[in-house]
Each structure stands twice: as structure tokens, then as C-alpha cells.
Unconditional design. Structure first.
Length: 325
């Protein structure tokens, strides 16, 4: 899709004011809409003459997208009303010191778990550009929320999948839905007041990968409950994820020992049949945090002649548990 003269002029003037490094990536697939995104992407690159453009081609029919920085994904061809807020997103990601609206500075600095923001727009929608602008401060704040913007007219199957019938529609963490006039005030109110124990495993996984194990542990302590979505992370196949999850449990053990014990009990049933590396990590955790009640379980596991890779950790765990009253 060639860029019209008005859009090209807008991009050219925007490029003159842009400061700081920025990254734009086009993820192209076998989806028939990929050429439209690629055409826009190349027109933008030619107009701005920036070296920071990357094209990634993936086999398969997943949805093509434009990726800005690490937190924005666009399933759309920005043009007309959609172009200016798209360029503002790039500017915000390029600025190492984003300046949120003064009235929201305090709220944006408050502890806030990383959130997933899914926004549906269309080129004809007069209110959609404002909705995109309301989301920008969240993606530039310490919370580093992730945003995904979908042109519901160009990708109707994504809109249908999420039951979206009007735009703009914003879906927060896959659970909370806003339509019509969307304001940063309302988004922050929902995020701060909503129940974090309802966060799904994918959101909690991202929190761990972003180094927010301490924040996650604090939220569990405050709610005095083990988040259901957290449990699979202790037996996750990726070692770095398990390590982050173990940090959460260790923090819980310091601040709320009964809650940590409840968590170990809940996860235990899924451990004996898990991969030997997963078993080893969990046994190490039991050795560090478990009490004498775990001794009979560990002795029973030892009688089953476990994998040699597990036995060494198991023997260390048994030794530690036998030393405890």
C-alpha cells in the first residue's frame, strides 16, 4: 500500500524532530496481508532514511505485525487517523525519559504489575487515535505494560476471537474490557483496583522474565493467597522461569511461611512425574524451605528408585529435613 502524499509529509516532518535511538521491526508471514504491512514499512523507511529497520520473515500463517521497541505490536497499516499516534508511539519508545501527564505521575510510579493491553481500532474511527495516546504512558512507565493494537477491519478474525463489536475497545490482561471513550484515569483505576490473583499464567510468566519476582511475591503476601496462575511456573520447562518462581517462594517463606508451605503442598502432586531437572529444582526448594512433615514424602520418593540425576538432590534434601525438628 503506497503512502499518500499527506501521510508522507507527516512522516517527513516527524522524522526531523525525532531524537534518540529507535527500533521498528516488520514481522512478515505467509498471511496474505503481509505485503500491505511490508509496503507501508518500506515507504516509512524510505521517507525517514533510518537504519534501525528490521524485516523478519516467518513461515506459516500467523498474523503479520509491526513491532516498536519491545512493548508495542501493531496488526495494522497505519495511515490517515492511525498514522500520527503510531508515530507518537515510536517517539515515546525512543525517549529514554518519557514524560507522563503531571496529573498521572504519582499513579504511574505506584507499584503496578506489568499488564497486557489489547486495543482494537479501525481507520474510520474518530476516537481511536485518542485511545492509543491514553495507553502510551503505561508502556513508557516503570510498569512497562505491553500493548497490542489491532485494526479490526483489516484483521476481523482477531476481533471476532475476542468478541469485539465496536471500536475503540481496550481489553486489560484478557479480563477487563473498556469501550468508547477510554481514558488513562480509568485504565489506572482498573489496574490498581483489580484483583491481581486473577492474573493468568502468561502474565505472571512475563513478570518473572522482567525481573518482577519481588513484586509478585508482595502481591501474594498482600492478598494472603497463592495465585493459581503461578503454580505452573514452579514446574516450567525453562530453568530461568523456575529460578524466578523459586525466588518468589523463598520470599514468601520469609514473609509468610504458612503461605509458602501451602504453595509447596499444592505443587507437589505434579512433581513426581515431571522432568528430572524440574524434580531436582523442586526438591532443592523443599530442602531449603520444607519442614519435617516432608520427610516421609521424600523417603517414599527414595524408595521408588528415582532417576540418578534426581537421587543426589534427594539425598541432600533428606539430610536437611532429618536435621530439623
Amino acid at each position: 500500500m503506497p503512502m499518500n502524499p499527506a501521510d508522507r509529509d507527516l512522516v517527513r516532518e516527524w522524522g526531523k524532530k525525532l531524537s534518540g535511538p529507535w527500533l521498528l521491526k516488520a514481522v512478515l508471514t505467509d498471511d496474505p496481508r503481509s505485503p500491505k504491512l511490508e509496503s507501508f514499512y518500506r515507504a516509512l523507511a524510505e521517507t525517514v532514511s533510518s537504519p534501525d529497520f528490521i524485516v523478519e520473515r516467518r513461515p506459516g500463517r500467523e498474523f503479520p505485525e509491526l513491532v516498536v521497541g519491545e512493548v508495542w505490536r501493531f496488526h495494522m497499516v497505519p495511515s490517515g487517523r492511525e498514522l500520527e499516534p503510531f508515530l507518537e508511539v515510536i517517539s515515546a519508545m525512543a525517549d529514554p525519559r518519557p514524560l507522563p501527564l503531571p496529573t498521572h505521575s504519582r499513579e504511574l510510579e505506584m507499584p503496578l504489575w506489568s499488564s497486557d493491553l489489547l486495543l482494537f481500532v479501525t481507520p474510520q474511527c474518530p476516537f481511536c487515535p485518542a485511545a492509543v495516546r491514553q495507553v502510551i504512558p503505561l508502556t513508557a512507565s516503570p510498569a512497562r505494560s505491553r500493548a497490542r493494537v489491532v485494526d479490526g477491519a483489516l484483521f476481523p478474525e482477531i476481533a471476532e476471537q475476542h468478541g469485539v463489536k465496536s471500536v475503540p475497545t481496550l481489553i486489560l490482561n484478557g479480563k477487563f474490557r473498556m469501550t468508547g471513550t477510554i481514558t488513562l484515569d480509568e485504565i489506572l483505576r482498573i489496574l490498581h483496583r483489580s484483583d491481581p490473583s486473577l492474573l493468568d499464567t502468561d502474565t505472571l510468566l512475563r513478570m518473572l522474565k522482567e525481573g518482577q519476582a519481588g513484586l509478585l511475591a508482595n502481591m501474594m503476601v498482600e492478598k494472603n493467597t497463592v495465585f493459581e496462575g503461578f503454580l505452573p511456573l514452579l514446574v516450567h520447562p525453562e530453568w530461568n522461569v523456575r529460578l524466578g518462581a523459586m525466588v518468589v517462594v523463598e520470599t514468601l517463606a520469609e514473609r509468610n511461611p504458612p503461605l509458602a508451605g501451602e504453595l509447596l503442598d499444592t505443587v507437589w502432586d505434579s512433581v513426581p512425574g515431571a522432568d528430572s531437572r524440574v524434580q531436582g529444582d523442586f526438591l532443592h526448594l523443599i530442602g531449603e524451605l520444607g519442614d519435617s512433615r516432608w520427610l516421609s514424602r521424600m523417603e517414599d520418593l527414595a524408595r521408588r528408585n528415582p532417576d540418578p540425576e534426581v537421587r543426589e538432590v534427594l539425598e541432600e534434601t533428606l539430610e536437611l529435613l532429618r536435621e530439623r525438628p
